[in-house]
Design a protein around this ligand. Structure first.
Ligand SMILES: *[C@@H]1O[C@H](CO)[C@@H](O)[C@H](O)[C@H]1NC(C)=O
Ligand SMILES: *[C@@H]1O[C@H](CO)[C@@H](O)[C@H](O)[C@H]1NC(C)=O
Ligand SMILES: *[C@@H]1O[C@H](CO)[C@@H](O)[C@H](O)[C@H]1NC(C)=O
Length: 428
């Protein structure tokens, strides 16, 4: 049963998950990008000297925008998906060159994006769920030092529901030249491991990272071969071009209906002839130019976008197993500041590695409530109870990881009102 539901997801999820949500060509862009950038930055100091301070993460921030013109001064600059940007790599590098404090560390800077519809939820508890899902993303980003942009404006009037993320990702690339990666996370996806960061080093030769299975894509030609609701995309010209091609199958184009037919005849298990972003992505992997496929990393070594129904039942046991192991780590038995959390998380990981695989599976990084549509409450095939309890459990599982830094935890993952103070053990 679950399978059928998963297959029908984009169609029904459509309206609601609403996972809304110039040229200073100085030299050709060398690869690899960033090592060279630092040298460039050192040798070609900007004439304007901005006033700098240090931000909460210890990053040196220069508040002045140096006077040198950048792509932002180009009257042709456009944030919209409908007007292509050319030479983006050069433009972005030029901006970084004029903002050296941001150039440092630009190679692995991540901006997380998420969003939901501009109007209130139909489901009476939908807005409450969206708030808690939003809080989960705020917590994850604070702990991991990522910026978060949550959008609830429809940037293209015709690109609604699952198509809405494409124009916002595109605009964010222009708005965040300081970030190498844009990390799109659907509103109905929960970070269930607050201490896991995507292994960016693994993606150094790729520009788009998405959860999926190559055999489902290339052999089964299945539209659920990837999950397009969570992805990392590099802030570069390739991505600008890719988003344009991807959006080319969307509802704002005259070819929208035609693409619905093509996708349905190409993908064996796609049941409705309506073009959706996920099928379009699988299609580009299957039939698109090699230059797309070559730069797309299909990730399945960790749970970049885990199907909730296969996860939520194991969360209570998983929490117990983590706590048991954490107890074995001396430093973890006393309280510590949230800002030094990374160090402690590393200690638990080390303890787990030492203990071997006897202690259970690692936490899923992201648990995705595909098909639950918390905002509309429209989830054919799933009961209210399954979706609501599942989301509550996943959110509390994640929130306990946060609350522990504040001296509390919820003993019952299914009861958000229950809360217990932690008892610490102060090693002498
Ligand atoms: C802006 O675009 C127009 C039309 O494509 C072009 O003629 C003009 O040179 C462009 N301006 C700049 C500053 O690139
Ligand atoms: C930057 O610092 C200089 C020297 O202290 C000062 O004259 C100038 O007003 C400052 N600029 C801003 C924008 O604060
Ligand atoms: C949830 O926890 C609160 C506080 O401990 C308790 O009063 C309430 O009865 C619990 N609700 C359920 C459904 O167990």
């Amino acid at each position: 049963m679950a399978k059928t539901i998963v297959q029908t997801k984009p169609i029904f999820i459509g309206g609601a998950t609403v996972a809304l949500l110039m040229v200073w060509t100085l030299w050709p862009w060398p690869r690899p990008l960033f090592p060279t950038m630092f040298q460039v930055t050192k040798s070609k100091l900007t004439p304007a000297t901005p006033n700098c301070t240090t931000d909460a993460h210890g990053v040196n921030i220069c508040h002045d925008d140096p006077l040198n013109p950048t792509f932002y001064d180009d009257p042709n600059l456009s944030y919209t998906i409908e007007i292509p940007i050319k030479d983006w790599d050069v433009k972005r590098r030029d901006w970084l060159e004029h903002h050296p404090s941001y150039a440092a560390g630009a190679g692995d800077r991540v901006v997380v994006l998420s969003g939901s519809q501009p109007w209130p939820c139909k489901n009476p508890i939908g807005d409450h769920l969206l708030l808690r899902l939003f809080k989960n993303k705020v917590d994850y980003c604070r702990i991991n030092g990522y910026d978060l942009f949550y959008n609830n404006a429809m940037l293209h009037p015709k690109m609604a529901s699952y198509w809405a993320k494409i124009p916002i990702v595109r605009a964010a690339m222009v708005a965040h030249p300081e970030a190498e990666w844009i990390f799109w996370v659907d509103s109905d996806a929960v970070f269930t491991d607050m201490d896991f960061k995507p292994p960016l080093e693994r993606y150094k030769n790729h520009n788009l990272v998405v959860d999926g299975w190559p055999n489902l894509i290339y052999e089964k030609k299945s539209w659920i071969g990837v999950n397009a609701g969570v992805f990392l995309i590099r802030n570069c010209q390739w991505s600008m071009d890719f988003l344009e091609v991807w959006a080319g199958m969307g509802p704002q184009t005259p070819n929208y209906e035609k693409w619905g037919q093509i996708l349905t005849s190409t993908l064996k298990d796609k049941m409705y002839p309506v073009s959706d972003d996920q099928s379009a992505l699988v299609y580009l992997l299957l039939k698109g130019k090699y230059k797309w496929r070559k730069k797309i990393y299909i990730e399945n070594k960790y749970t970049l976008s885990g199907y909730w129904a296969g996860i939520v039942d194991s969360l209570t046991k998983m929490e117990e197993s983590y706590l048991r192991r954490a107890k074995g780590v001396r430093e973890l038995r006393r309280p510590h500041a949230e800002v030094v959390r990374e160090y402690y998380a590393a200690a638990v990981r080390e303890a787990i590695v030492k203990e071997g695989d006897g202690g259970g599976a690692p936490r899923p990084f992201i648990t995705h409530f595909t098909g639950c549509q918390p905002c509309s409450g429209n989830h054919p095939g799933y009961t209210d109870e399954a979706c609501w309890n599942g989301i509550e459990k996943a959110i509390n599982f994640a929130d306990n990881q946060v609350l522990r830094n504040y001296g509390f935890a919820r003993p019952d993952l299914l009861n958000s009102s229950s809360l217990s103070p932690l008892s610490f053990d102060f090693p002498s």
